[in-house]
Ligand binder design. Sequence first.
Ligand SMILES: NC(=O)c1ccc[n+]([C@@H]2O[C@H](COP(=O)([O-])OP(=O)(O)OC[C@H]3O[C@@H](n4cnc5c(N)ncnc54)[C@H](OP(=O)(O)O)[C@@H]3O)[C@@H](O)[C@H]2O)c1
Length: 325
Amino acid sequence: MTDRQLRWGILGTGLIAAAFTADLALTDSGVVAAVGSRSQTAADRFASEHGVARAHASYESLVNDPGIDVVYVATPHPMHRDNAILALEAGKPVLVEKPFTMNAAEAREVVTLARERRLFAMEAMWTRFLPHVAVVRDWLAQGTLGEIVTVSADHGQWFAEDPQFRLFAPALGGGALLDLGVYPVSFASMVLGSPSRIVAISDPAFTGVDAQTSMLFGYQSGAQAVLTCTLRAKSPTRAAIVGTDARIEIDGAFYAPATVSLIPRDGEPTVVRSDHRGRGLRHQADEVTSRLAAGELESPLMSLDETVAIMETMDTVRAQAGGRS
Ligand SMILES: NC(=O)c1ccc[n+]([C@@H]2O[C@H](COP(=O)([O-])OP(=O)(O)OC[C@H]3O[C@@H](n4cnc5c(N)ncnc54)[C@H](OP(=O)(O)O)[C@@H]3O)[C@@H](O)[C@H]2O)c1
């Protein structure tokens, strides 16, 4: 992989597979070369809707396609581990949808295999690669905030109560924390690292998965994070990083392209407005292309150790809150 476009193989044909493919058309870093499904019908439908050259009737056939450079795992969370391992064992680098796996033990298995095989792997935590998050990272690196005191972030969406729907179905890894809560947890991790204290509560949905989970994290530095997620209501989806000298506020939805403000304790705010084209999924694809071209095995912006640490944090949240692990 050097100066040509990365050839993506899309594993799964659902909602995010379609959104990722549409966003990839907005960058010249890669093209979708093939799609794989559990059925030929779904693969053919996806290929014809998105102009994809090859449609495979199994995930095995997709990962063994010699015409793809990288596999994007876009299946429900409980399948991420097996699907990522399938791709790695076929010698293909992987971008794995969030959450990386169901828990930290599964994440470690995937990471261990990727490292053994010396293949690139990354969690598709697309927020990390968005332009406004790069601005946030710059402000943090410059020490503009002083000492960080609190981080807050929420992610609430309203969903009709359908037991078949992925977010409510236990067999499909349903629940607020893994699907929505991973964004606030990952955001806090980017800013403050891993918490040393975790307090969490959950309440179940009608299917038993967590409908709502709220978390308090404490850090060695004395900082605290207040994070929440719910499947029951559309929340402001804002985030803030509050420091002794200034604070950063990210407009909703903080995890998607957004306007960000730096507000000093005294003085005028700096506002960086978003004029983003597309949904924002292409930046992670650009990152994969750059890292592969450089011969690197992971991204420092979303490292595998941090992905495992985030899964460990969410394991602890679920143990604390009484949810399934
Ligand atoms: N980055 C984001 O903004 C974002 C947004 C939504 C979802 N996601 C993540 O992407 C993953 C997929 O979510 P989605 O909303 O795209 O799900 P979805 O619409 O239900 O699609 C999932 C796809 O996975 C495949 N699959 C394999 N085993 C399956 C099973 N037992 N039941 C159902 N489908 C199965 C299916 O493709 P075939 O039938 O073709 O094999 C299906 O189309 C989740 O992990 C989620 O967290 C990320």
